[in-house]
Write a protein that binds this ligand. Structure first.
Ligand SMILES: [Zn+2]
Length: 480
């Protein structure tokens, strides 16, 4: 298996493509304008305390105040009341842990952390802790021997720590608390709204958080970033340095493995399966539904077998698309109905397996009697569609537009109505080219009739900026 990362860096946007055996698996897009703030520590001021919802709004110098819930306070007990903990106008150090999604502002916590590659330093914590993904007790025991808690704080071992050496862990256990000491020093003189600790740029963050020894190659199309990345790996992960290469920008880096084309396809509603079946993805505010369909051809053999095979084939495609599209929240999969109970069990097991490779946690429900499965996937970033697209201005998110026939009749009806109410010398119909073409071919006869009926001329005019559903009826000027 060849795992690669292609990094496309421009002044306004950074895109990172994770590719396995030339198939695009995941994409990160960060735009400078909407740069994520997760990990940043700010000096804030309590703007308002809301005891009713046990939360507070914190001014951290952004357009919108940040949201701090009582459960995100560092010192709390089950019956802590936020009113006793915070006062309006009070200065406070907070760290962003969730970017603003949709209409919500950023969420912050006072449980500050300084992350490294193997460790997360937690100021004030008097113990060692482990990532949920380190489940092996012997690994936990071994790691516990390698570090000690400092008076300033403790550490959480990240997944990558399982393969770290003593010297790697020691080095990190020294430089993370040093960074924290810097934060404290800076916070004393800082003004409200000031950024005290900035999360690393995306190219270094990827190296720290997402790159493991299994990555074969990292290609980057900006030489300055390569220099920075090399400096980072030499210090923190030397065996990876040789795998980071500069890709000259003369040839678009996303042309490799046709990543650009694969990315475009990840926005399509319909995804084909090799067997001829297909999937339909529908994303709404509340959830995403994925509908599994057989092609029209069901074959002559055993139907139950064909259906099972199509469902199984759909699973790997769904697992990849969920990750690639970065779907979050509730996802309902509508599998093709099967009657065989063993097949149902197998399907659920395969689905759980396929989703376990995902970096983001996903829960899988039972298969309902109607063949529905509900996935709950942690919402981390905005979905790919939300990052790249806006609601369709043509169909207003219906997904369909009125047909030419419907538009034609609507316009002719409206013209009749206008003629009755206005003593204009004539009428200009402004519409999209396809609509005008339809009116003067298929409806030419009806148009002539209408002209006689209203006793005034009717003129058609193409308005290239109009969409299919958009038209205007205006008075014809005297000159015409
Ligand atoms: Zn549309």
């Amino acid at each position: 298996m060849i795992e690669e990362i292609l990094l496309n860096i421009t002044p306004h946007e950074v895109r990172a493509a994770f590719v396995t055996d030339s198939v695009l698996q995941e994409i990160y897009i960060e735009r400078r304008l909407h740069q994520g703030l997760v990990g940043n520590i700010y000096k804030g001021k309590v703007h308002r305390v809301l005891p009713g919802i046990q939360a507070a709004f914190i001014d951290i110098g952004l357009d919108r105040a940040a949201f701090l819930h009582v459960s995100d306070l560092q010192t709390k007990t089950p019956d802590t009341n936020i009113r006793d903990m915070l006062q309006q106008g009070q200065d406070i150090l907070v760290q962003v842990y969730k970017d603003s999604l949709g209409s919500k502002g950023v969420r912050v916590t006072t449980q500050l952390t300084i992350p490294g590659r193997y460790l997360v330093f937690v100021p004030g914590m008097q113990q060692l802790a482990f990532s949920q993904r380190i489940t092996d007790e012997s690994v936990r025991a071994r790691l516990s021997q390698m570090l000690t808690v400092t008076p300033a704080g403790g550490y959480v071992f990240r997944t990558a720590a399982a393969v770290a050496t003593q010297s790697e862990l020691t080095a990190e256990s020294e430089h993370l608390p040093a960074a924290w000491t810097d934060v404290l020093a800076r916070s004393k003189s800082a003004k409200v709204g000031e950024l005290i600790y900035a999360e690393m740029p995306i190219e270094l963050r990827l190296l720290r958080d997402r790159v493991t020894d299994s990555i074969t190659r990292i290609r980057v199309d900006q030489s300055a970033a390569v220099v920075q990345m090399h400096a980072f790996t030499k210090r923190h992960m030397p065996n990876l340095t040789d795998r980071i290469e500069y890709h000259p920008s003369t040839q678009p880096i996303f042309d490799i493995y046709s990543v650009e084309a694969q990315l475009q396809k990840a926005l399509h509603r319909k995804v084909y399966l090799k067997s001829g079946g297909y999937l339909i993805f529908d994303q709404t505010e509340a959830m995403t539904t994925i509908d599994v369909n057989t092609g029209s051809f069901l074959g002559h053999g055993n139907q139950e077998d064909t259906i099972f095979k199509t469902n199984v084939e759909a699973i790997s495609v769904i697992a990849r698309q969920v990750r690639l599209r970065n779907l979050g929240g509730i996802i309902i999969i509508d599998f093709i109905d099967m009657s065989d109970l063993q097949h149902k069990d197998q399907l659920l097991q395969l689905l759980t397996e396929a989703l376990s490779k995902d970096n983001v946690r996903t829960e899988v429900s039972e298969l309902s009697s109607l063949g529905l499965v509900q996935l709950t996937r942690k919402r981390t970033r905005e979905s790919l569609e939300r990052v790249l697209c806006v609601p369709c201005p043509v169909c207003h998110q219906r997904g369909t537009v009125k047909s030419l026939e419907t538009m034609g009749y609507e316009i002719l009806r409206e013209l009749q109505h206008t003629a009755r109410n206005f003593a204009w010398p004539g009428f200009s119909i402004l519409a999209a080219a396809v609509v005008v073409e339809y009116l003067c071919t298929d409806q030419a006869h009806r148009l002539k009739e209408l002209e006689l009926e209203v006793g005034r001329p009717i003129k058609l005019q193409v308005e290239s900026t109009y969409t299919q559903e958009h038209y205007d009826i205006l008075p014809m000027s005297e000159k015409e």
